[in-house]
Design a protein around this ligand. Structure first.
Ligand SMILES: Nc1ncnc2c1ncn2[C@@H]1O[C@H](COP(=O)(O)OP(=O)(O)OP(=O)(O)O)[C@@H](O)[C@H]1O
Length: 610
């Protein structure tokens, strides 16, 4: 009946309780980490085994005292008994210290390996993975889940092994001492083992739910804190508070469901335990009365029962923590098993320099196997030229830029850099040849210097300053009290949109690549800022091949080729004047951005023509 109740509680969220990786698979993978740090682990195991053996001695001293010392009134033996117990206690203390220290050493090293492996793997995953993942969820896997595994390997594994050893040693002794009584003691165990397994299964499901809800709470915190400006500007604080409290309630309810499950388990195990105690006491008393065993032996037996029931009781709690850790491990391994979409070939070529020619040949592309965004896209960017992509929002311009840097692979066709298909190159060497200024300028927490040097980690001070000067950033940097040492970001200096863009340009200038991909920022800038950026961009494009995604047509009037895109296709291409002459889509876009200028240009053309 109890089992039915458990299943009923568990069934409240049926689909979330499906076990994904099997218990043995998870343990196997965790063990591969254990193996990496085997020395402290095996030392700890040895110590734990020693502890179990030493603990067995104390009831033997009790038995000896009751059966021999008390009846023979051997007063001289008493100090020896006391001394033996104190010495054993001391030894237990020392062994316990060794066990804790070795286990912590092993646990911390194991967690360090898992955390680093997970982080390394996340860094290697393709951009497409991050398109579909929420930051809060990843953070929760990297911190909470890794810590849950940490709790298991730090403390719980030691307890599990200690309990197993103690249990085996004592049960083996008990069998030799009085096998009938031991059998009675073990009578309730098959039921306990069955219940243990049943609970393990349902608890894991419940904990999976707990961890998913925890990740959802994390996601919401992350989303709302990073977008606090949007929330405040729409006055949606109350809406967010309500949304959060709903999410938080789901998290709490998932926790309560899990607690309810294991609170139910604990008393059941307790009852079964007490039952076997009663049986042993009654049977043992009968055995003493009929003279089959001595009182001392019964006392020792009862002492051992205490030692074996402790592990059983504790196993309930351990199982709870074990399930929590296994769910966490499952979530961590799930990320580790995700394969990057952009895969490097085994025989991938490392390039050290390029001419800078890029060619798109019949490229088709779709995000996540959805509808194609680019269709039959053909474009050649000759070395040393600037090619600009223009078109309406959503036409696919940024997608072309992302493909050029191989953030994604085309679904059809190919992209060549010089004579190499991008898929034949090592990702690292390809990115080393490409300087990317993205639409959103991400600056990292750190100094202005660190942020520029991100383009070349071993850059000298002169190189950094030179790049900043070329990007028209030196002047505003020097206006900060701390100059290049000013901290950017929280509690540091705040940069305007234009200043951020110039730092991003400095970074790429410092990287000094032959090929530049510039996805121009959409943020509106004042004329002065725009001129400064324009100037720095001209320096950036000089003697380099560049692919520019232009939102402001002023940026690209001097481009060697302007390609107009609509709905993933090229609709026209040519130079600025050629395209204006054609009075097609480009002329339309131009007229929208520069109504007056177009009129003048149109007039001058008229004058010229006439
Ligand atoms: N990571 C993504 N996952 C799925 N679809 C995407 C992704 N990024 C862009 N898209 C879709 O691809 C299409 C083209 O987007 P893209 O960003 O390339 O256009 P764009 O021409 O650069 O637009 P804008 O000028 O507004 O930046 C859009 O319909 C967009 O919704």
């Amino acid at each position: 009946m109890k089992a039915n109740i458990i299943l009923k509680i568990a069934k409240e969220e049926p689909d979330k309780l499906q076990t994904r990786a099997s218990f043995t698979q998870l343990i196997g993978r965790l063990f591969s980490y254990v193996w990496q740090n085997k020395l402290p682990f095996f030392v700890a195991l040895l110590v734990i085994f020693g502890l179990s053996c030493v603990q067995v001695l104390i009831p033997q001293i009790t038995r000896y005292t009751i059966d021999y010392i008390i009846p023979t009134k051997d007063f001289k033996a008493l100090p020896w008994v006391a001394g033996a117990i104190v010495s054993i206690s001391l030894l237990v203390g020392i062994l316990n210290f060794l066990r804790s220290y070795m286990m912590s050493l092993f646990g911390q090293r194991t967690i360090d390996s898992i955390r680093n492996d997970l982080y390394r793997h996340i860094q290697k995953l393709s951009i497409s993975f991050f398109d579909n993942q929420r930051t809060g969820d990843l953070m929760s896997r990297l911190s909470q889940d890794v810590n849950a595994i940490g709790n298991l390997v730090n403390n719980d594994i030691a307890d599990i092994f200690a309990d197993i050893f103690t249990f085996v040693v004592i049960v083996a002794y008990l069998f030799t001492a009085d096998w009938q009584m031991t059998l009675l003691l073990l009578i309730t165990w098959p039921l306990m083992i069955y219940l243990n397994q049943l609970f393990a299964k349902v608890l894991r499901g419940a904990y999976r739910d707990v961890q998913q809800q925890a990740a959802a709470v994390n996601n919401q915190i992350q989303d709302t804190i990073t977008n606090i400006n949007v929330i405040k500007s729409f006055g949606n604080e109350k809406y967010e508070i309500d949304r959060f409290s709903e999410q938080s309630r789901s998290y709490m309810e998932a926790n309560i469901r899990a607690v309810r499950l294991w609170s139910l388990f604990f008393p059941i195990i307790d009852i079964l335990n007490n039952l076997s105690n009663v049986v042993v006491l009654v049977f043992g008393a009968w055995e003493v009365m009929v003279g089959r065993i001595t009182i001392g032996e019964l006392a020792a037996f009862l002492g051992y029962i205490n030692l074996v029931t402790q592990p059983i009781k504790r196993s309930t709690k351990l199982m709870n923590l074990l399930q929590l850790a296994l769910v966490a491990a499952e979530r961590v391994f799930e990320i580790m098993d995700t394969q990057p979409e952009v895969v490097e070939k085994e025989e991938a070529v490392t390039i050290t320099s390029v001419l800078g020619r890029m060619k798109f040949e019949n490229v088709e592309f779709a995000y996540n196997k959805r509808e194609a965004i680019l269709h039959d896209f053909n474009l050649e960017i000759k070395p040393g030229t600037t090619v600009a992509l223009v078109g309406s929002s959503g036409a696919g311009k940024s997608t072309v830029a992302k493909l050029a840097a191989r953030f994604y692979d085309p679904t059809k066709g190919r992209i060549l850099l010089d004579e190499y298909d991008l898929r034949d190159l090592t990702v690292e060497s390809l990115r080393e040849q490409i300087g990317i200024v993205s639409q959103e300028t991400f600056l990292l927490y750190g100094t202005v210097r660190d942020n520029i040097a991100y383009g070349k980690l071993d850059a000298t001070e002169e190189e950094i300053v030179e790049a900043a000067k070329a990007a028209n950033a030196h002047q505003f940097i020097m206006s900060f009290p701390e100059g290049y040492n000013s901290i950017i970001g929280e509690r540091g200096v705040r940069l305007s949109g234009g200043q951020r863009q110039r730092l991003a340009i400095a970074r790429v200038l410092l990287k000094n690549t032959r090929f530049i991909v510039l996805d121009e920022a959409t943020s509106a800038l004042d004329t002065e800022s725009e001129n400064l950026i324009q100037e720095s961009l001209e320096r950036l494009f000089k003697n380099r091949t560049s692919l520019v995604i232009a939102h402001r047509l002023s940026t690209i009037q001097n481009a060697d080729l302007i390609v107009v895109m609509e709905q993933g296709r090229i609709v026209e291409s040519g130079t600025h004047t050629e395209l204006l002459d054609r009075s097609g889509r480009y002329a339309q876009l131009h007229a929208l951005q520069f109504p007056q200028k177009s009129e003048t240009e149109a007039n001058s053309e008229l004058v010229y023509v006439s």
